[in-house]
Design a protein. Structure first.
Length: 60
């Protein structure tokens, strides 16, 4: 029952990783745009939270 949610978290993680790579690339070219930097940091935090959530679910 608990294992059914893992593919959802993995797909979410993949989406957030790709989005963060795209934002990171845009951030390089448009480094003066501050909201890109904020979004990049927020997505990085989402990556860590998703990894933490997957790790906690595997321990349970």
């Amino acid at each position: 029952y608990g294992r059914q949610k893992e593919p959802v978290y993995c797909m979410q993680l993949l989406f957030v990783l790709v989005a963060n790579l795209i934002l990171g690339g845009l951030n390089i070219f448009f480094h003066h745009v501050s909201y890109l930097q904020v979004a990049h940091v927020l997505l990085a935090h989402l990556i860590w939270l998703t990894l933490l959530l997957i790790g906690l679910r595997q321990r349970a």
